[in-house]
Design a protein around this ligand. Structure first.
Ligand SMILES: Cc1cc2nc3c(=O)[nH]c(=O)nc-3n(C[C@H](O)[C@H](O)[C@H](O)COP(=O)(O)OP(=O)(O)OC[C@H]3O[C@@H](n4cnc5c(N)ncnc54)[C@H](O)[C@@H]3O)c2cc1C
Length: 808
């Protein structure tokens, strides 16, 4: 075995082999793959080999499209058959809600360039002859569905990589990983040692163990999964003979089943409710090419539905039941990318649909390793979406929930209960007592809205039980004063002699003067948005940043990666060590003045001022800014003061009409101000000019900030897209994101977020459209739940277009 390689991939399943192939294809030929046993010795060998493009996240769907598009290439290059059957498929809905969901998937497909079609149950029965159309209300067809041979596909990646120069060592288990002082790695194996700059954890069923070698506890858990193979079925043979076609793929969501033809019979698999984790604490190293004992009782309820929905199965004999384990992250999406503070350690784990996603994962990760950026929007798969709070026990609960709900609908207003509450702030109980309906983001509980006794969210695609109550919260903010807990922000303290220079290089804006704040976009080297913060200069070389709470780990990874080596800058993620409350609305100044001794008049405490103030008896940091777009303040304090300040605000605000508001009201308020938000309007696929952030990109400032060259080019050529806001002629459902935007009937863009702007009394959608048509005034429409609805562009904010309220 050689003693050095540029990169070492650990694991020869479909994912590791795809990473290896993509690295070599992109020109890194000094790469090695190490496999403990033989290739495919983890979950790969017993997979059903099914593949499809649809995914709840459009960016994951794009990578799935890429994966399927790759198969001919690797088969040709490797000369290894992959047994590809591109049969097409149908997705079935037995309820109206599920049919609404299929319509939303189809709508997404329109702007992703997919060829899905909404069809009737009868039309579905023409495509998939085994179903009983009376059991369904609608369906969607997709020509890009099929299955392949899992082992052949893995070998095809491997052989193609070898052709490009990669080396594969089987029967070579990695037993330890040691990082050298210079950041390079010693990969210690049963057959010797390799020295390398990059290590890829593609350990599949053993990803946790390969993580633990470097002190990482990755949020991955394997679940048992069963599918059955029938004896030959006459209905299948008859269809093959009469149509000359294979029976295509089928997903029956309400039966929680997937089906496809296997030889002259069928394969039927299920994600059963009574699911079972496998090896929840540690994966045995001696597990290999063996199956787990079958347990038909566990999947019996799904099979019963299957026999009803697909009557031909009632007479079919079961030839074999396959039960094997494979891994999941808590939300079911892969975990890819680098790890904060571990230079050269890369993850390609938790890939639960290796044959739909493996190619895309390999492509994105190899881009990331070689170019420093995945080249796609991989937020939904980024390992950094979880923090240290995602423990083994949390993962166990969440993965089981995810598995058992794999084919269940998640409504846009539905919060999932497993593993909660985990992270709470001191005012949590007070919020609950006030009727808070809680949601979770980054493990932290936050109030979505406040319900009267006995009222809860009724899950729906349409406006629901919260509508009138959120309207009242919004109304309070616009007419009096509201209080919201701002737990969902990430907070960072930056200090040190190099802090100003460092921030100037990292952020596109000019640094604010002492005691002032500004909006601060952050770009990657390619000039795309990787952050939008509010940056405050607290004086004496200390800065305070607030940003998206979801992205805390993601941003800390970038911050630490870019810290100077001379220790002149210190950055601390404050996490729940700093908590906050926000007050907003025309009476918020009066309320604040009642609680502080300092003068907070408009002249003395201007818009975007920030300072340390004692609020009552509590030392706080108060900034005059509000995401509601109204007069408002963010008040930050250490957790031990939060309950006190909360009570003080409540008592002092009572006669001003104060009431609590939650994040749904905040959404309603910000959309009527055209304020974008992270992970919706601002993502690493958009440039700052496309996103309308030109004001905060200081190309003329002295510092050469990261992404400046690319940003200057975007300014010059105008980019491709424009963020636009529309008022939609919606009826009983508002845009939530991922709906297609049409211009003169043609799909020309997509919605990033939306909602009902209660104060303005209209439905709003924000989204990106092609630059060339972005300023057209007429001809727009947006599809919501299958209906194309007229939309008119809103060039200035619906509320307070001159920002008098915010600044006055
Ligand atoms: C019953 C069943 C049905 C499935 N059906 C489908 C389907 O229809 N479609 C689909 O897309 N997916 C399906 N899957 C899931 C699919 O199998 C996985 O997504 C895929 O196998 C993940 O591949 P991987 O490379 O990440 O992991 P694995 O296949 O587990 O590969 C990891 C490899 O790493 C090696 N390894 C680990 N640690 C070390 C070490 N320290 N040193 C050296 N080598 C190491 C292992 O030996 C193993 O070969 C199914 C899974 C099961 C169990």
């Amino acid at each position: 075995m050689q003693s050095h390689a540029q990169a070492v991939v650990i694991g020869g399943g479909v994912v590791g082999c795809s990473v290896l192939y993509h690295l070599t294809k992109a020109g890194w030929t000094d790469v090695v793959l190490l496999e403990r046993s033989e290739l495919t010795s983890g979950s790969t060998w017993h997979a059903a080999g099914g593949m499809h493009t649809i995914n709840g996240d459009p960016n994951v769907a794009k990578l799935q499209q890429y994966t399927i598009g790759l198969y001919n290439e690797i088969e040709e290059l490797s000369e290894q058959s992959i047994g590809l059957h591109l049969t097409g498929g149908v997705f079935l809905a037995a309820t109206k809600e599920r049919f609404d969901w299929l319509k939303s998937m189809h709508a997404k497909g329109l702007y992703l360039g997919m060829d899905t079609e909404i069809i009737s149950p009868r039309e579905a029965a023409d495509i998939f002859p085994l179903l009983d159309p009376d059991k369904f209300v609608g369906a969607m067809s997709d020509p890009l569905e099929g299955h392949l041979d899992p082992s052949g596909t893995t070998w095809a990646y491997a052989k193609a990589a070898r052709k490009y120069g990669a080396v594969i060592h089987q029967q070579t288990r990695v037993t330890d990983l040691q990082q050298n002082q210079d950041g390079s790695w010693r990969v210690i194996t049963e057959q010797g040692e390799i020295h390398t700059e990059h290590v890829v954890n593609a350990g599949g069923l053993w990803a946790r163990e390969v993580g633990r070698m470097v002190g990482l506890e990755l949020p991955v858990l394997a679940m048992e999964h069963m599918y059955l193979l029938t004896e030959d079925m006459p209905e299948v043979v008859a269809f093959n003979e009469s149509s000359g076609l294979e029976v295509p793929h089928c997903v029956d969501f309400d039966g929680e089943l997937y089906l496809r033809q296997e030889r002259k019979g069928m394969l039927m698999g299920t994600y059963e409710k009574a699911c079972k984790p496998w090896s929840p604490k540690e994966t045995p190293w001696d597990f290999g090419h063996e199956l787990l004992p079958e347990d038909i009782d566990r999947i019996a309820p799904s099979l019963e539905v299957g026999f009803e929905h697909f009557p031909a199965f009632q007479n079919a004999g079961i030839k074999q039941v396959i039960n094997g384990p494979f891994t999941f992250a808590p939300d079911g999406n892969p975990l890819i990318g680098p790890i904060k503070g571990l230079r050269g350690y890369w993850c390609a784990c938790g890939v639960m649909a290796g044959f739909s996603q493996g190619g895309g994962v390999g492509f994105a990760l190899s881009n990331w390793m070689i170019e420093g950026d995945p080249g796609f929007d991989v937020w939904a798969m980024d390992v950094a979406r979880y923090g240290d709070w995602a423990t083994l026990a949390f993962t166990n609960k969440k993965v089981q929930e995810n598995y058992s709900r794999r084919f269940s609908i998640r409504f846009p207003n539905e919060e999932l209960p497993a593993g909660r509450p985990l992270r709470t702030t001191p005012v949590y109980d007070r919020l609950l007592a006030a009727g808070a309906q809680m949601g979770e983001a980054y493990g932290l509980e936050q109030a979505l809205w406040f319900a009267p006794k006995g009222v809860v969210d009724e899950f729906s695609w349409r406006r629901s039980t919260d509508f009138e109550h959120v309207a009242e919260e919004v109304n309070t903010v616009r007419t009096a004063v509201g209080m919201m807990e701002i737990a969902s922000f990430a907070k960072y303290t930056i200090r040190g002699s190099g802090a100003s220079d460092w921030l100037d290089r990292l952020l596109t804006c000019r640094l604010p003067a002492e005691g002032r704040m500004t909006l601060a976009p952050m770009l990657n080297h390619g000039g795309k948005l990787i952050g939008d913060f509010s940056l405050a200069n607290l004086g004496d070389g200390e800065y305070f940043i607030a940003g998206s709470g979801l992205a805390e780990n993601y941003h800390m990874r970038w911050f630490t990666q870019n810290l100077p080596e001379d220790s002149s800058v210190e950055i601390i993620a404050r996490g729940a060590g700093l908590v906050g409350l926000s007050i907003a609305g025309p009476k918020s100044r009066k309320l604040l003045q009642r609680m502080v001794d300092d003068d907070v008049s408009n002249q003395a405490f201007r818009f975007l001022d920030i300072r340390k103030l004692d609020v009552g008896m509590a030392p706080c940091l108060v900034g005059r800014v509000s995401f509601t777009g109204d007069l408002g303040y963010e008040i930050w304090m250490e957790p031990e003061f939060q309950r006190y300040v909360f009570d003080l605000i409540q008592s002092q605000g009572e006669d001003l009409g104060l009431r609590l508001f939650g994040s749904r009201a905040l959404n309603s308020l910000r959309v009527e101000k055209n304020f974008g938000s992270w992970a919706r309007e601002y993502r690493p696929v958009y440039g700052p000019y496309e996103a309308g952030m030109a004001r905060f990109v200081a190309l003329k400032k002295g510092a050469d900030f990261i992404g400046k060259v690319a940003a200057a080019a975007e300014k010059e050529n105008g980019g491709k897209l424009r963020l636009r806001v529309f008022v939609v002629d919606a009826k009983d459902a508002d845009a939530i994101g991922d709906e297609p935007i049409r211009y003169e009937g043609e799909v020309k863009g997509w919605v990033t977020s939306g909602g009902y702007a209660h104060a303005s009394g209209v439905s709003v959608a924000m989204g990106y459209v092609a630059k060339e048509i972005a300023d057209k005034q007429y001809g727009w429409s947006i599809d919501i739940l299958g209906e194309t609805l007229p939309a008119s562009p809103q060039t200035e904010p619906l509320f307070d277009p001159t920002a008098e309220r915010m600044r006055g």
